[in-house]
Design a protein around this ligand. Sequence first.
Ligand code: NDP
Length: 239
Amino acid sequence: MRLQGKVAVITGGARGLGLAMATLFASEGARVLACDLGESASSPDNVEFYKLDVTDSDACKKFSEYAIEKYKKIDILVNNAGITKDGMTRKMTDEMWDAVIAVNLKGVFNLTRFIGPHMEDSGGGSIINISSVVGEYGNIGQINYAASKAGVIGMAKTWAKEFARKGVPVRANAIAPGYILTDILKTVPQELLDKFAASTMLGRLGQPDEIAKAALFLASDDASYVTGTVLSVNGGMRL
Ligand code: NDP
């Protein structure tokens, strides 16, 4: 029960990696608020689902106030909600660029601008930004996504400095997953997925619970001296 007594907020928590983290965190004793645009197909114990669009700054403020009022504190924030709208740079429209930046980058700012200072004022916390192997190394056809995922690494490093500057143990880190089998990959052709799998040292794609376990480590006191880092969980891609 590594998160006993902790309160965790996870965005994009109704599906994919977010749901895997919500389920694991709750099984480790946390009370979890999983925010998402839509409903979840499953309803794990100790997980409250909350309808939230992370691009809506006012709604994020309202949600943060609701969460702090109801649960009295937030110990863990996982900025996980993310989308892709892929295209080569020469063909990328303003709409594709803006949509990805709004969710993947501004959405991360929108919640953390309220919850980060709350952690600083209430004595500590762990912020985890979900980046990507694409944020670390770039990828053809994903300039918007690469910009957003590199951006959340910079944000984690900045918050590691900013929220801990008064000696309060607020930690901020990023996880950079490789290719993990969730719906976000459903538009990627199988031959490309096979290529990605072959480019890892382990010869396969990842499973959502393998990212959830990395997030559990960063969220828990096991990572009490880990801040400002990027944890790459990608099966040894690009070694
Ligand atoms: P999924 O598409 O399975 O899940 C993403 C979730 O985020 C969905 O439930 C989606 O809701 C939600 N979401 C989208 N937009 C918003 C919004 N504006 N406000 C709130 N919630 C929103 O993706 P994954 O679980 O695979 O991805 C999770 C994170 O991990 C993302 O940031 C992604 O970029 C990152 N990542 C994933 C990798 C992978 O291979 N799977 C690799 C590297 C990084 P809805 O379904 O209703 O649109």
